[in-house]
Design a protein around this ligand. Sequence first.
Ligand SMILES: Nc1ncnc2c1ncn2[C@@H]1O[C@H](COP(=O)(O)OS(=O)(=O)O)[C@@H](OP(=O)(O)O)[C@H]1O
Length: 369
Amino acid sequence: MESHMQAKVSPRRESSNRRLHRLWGPCVGHVITTRFSSVIAIIGACTFCLVLFNLRDTGVPSAPVHPEGIDGFRYVESGRRALQQVRAVNTYRNDTVAVLSTTNKMRRTLPNVIIIGARKAGTRALLEYLGIHPQVVSASREIHFFSDEENYARGMRWYQAQMPLSAPGQLTLEKTPNYLISNVTPERVHRMNSSVLLLLTLRHPVTRAISDYTQILANRNGRGQASKDFATLALHGRTGEVNQAYKPVYISTYHLHLARWLKLFPLAQIHIIDGDRLITEPLEELRAVETFLGLEHFFTSDTVYFNATRGFHCMRRPVNGSFVDSCLGASKGRSHPHVEQAVRTKLSQYFYKHNQILFNMIGRSFDWT
Ligand SMILES: Nc1ncnc2c1ncn2[C@@H]1O[C@H](COP(=O)(O)OS(=O)(=O)O)[C@@H](OP(=O)(O)O)[C@H]1O
């Protein structure tokens, strides 16, 4: 066969082949001596190029690829593109650390979205609303992983095991309002996943502080402990000045806490929800959250509706193919104790300058007069 094919080679080509043979050695010369060998050489060269192409450094691991075809992306800090890439990275990372459950394709993943606070600003309502979205699963209880030393010492596997099962493509959501004010949490969250998406609900600082006090009061009453009134705790008795160290006041000084997060996370990665509007206009706030998370629009007045008996919005939760009405428990939406207008004014004046710092920080303002 080989000698037959060689017989068809022209004398001119034969002499050039002999030159090549002399130059590149017997091996190369032999390969290109015949047309058949040339075709083999071209195929070989193409295969070699393909291998080189696949081995190139793309900056992201080449496997595993997300079942929906989403591969890892580099995170670029700019607007919408950044968020799209953040989502892709989240999906990718969670797939790589997924603990496969016994249920086919369902798994527990580390959260790709965290509600970091603020306490008493509607975090539970936000979690429960998002929990009925088909593309979201949420951990029902507060995990306190990053902010609690004992829990943090249990490790990332433990944290992951606290998450609900999710299908590929679903986001996993956790909420622990204490994360906002915890000094150690931003750095720990960042170490877990620098691309995690953060949700932060903010409420009028005075209303939030009174709501916080109401919660503490209810807990103390439940334990049979006596309590001072709000004004006594929030203002210094002798001077009448605001007691900045009183925790409900301190928590409402939002910029102090957010500044720690912004040292590590770009603002584009933190979506701020107006907690007051979440009470009155939840659909608008939820639609903005859907857009931020890249979810399909699911919430309508059918799924989130005002319940006149409850005095708050409630939701229709999908259960076994039908919808079940569901409102938050009695610990949400408690009536607040009376606080004198003079005390409210004093606090509003105190918060004014802090609010301005916050508004500059986030490029957005709230009507917190
Ligand atoms: N739909 C609906 N139903 C009931 N309550 C609602 C709802 N949406 C927002 N809120 C407001 O949420 C406030 C409680 O905030 P949190 O869930 O963040 O509290 S907690 O920190 O988890 O204890 C709670 O504050 P208070 O009214 O002071 O109790 C509510 O006003």
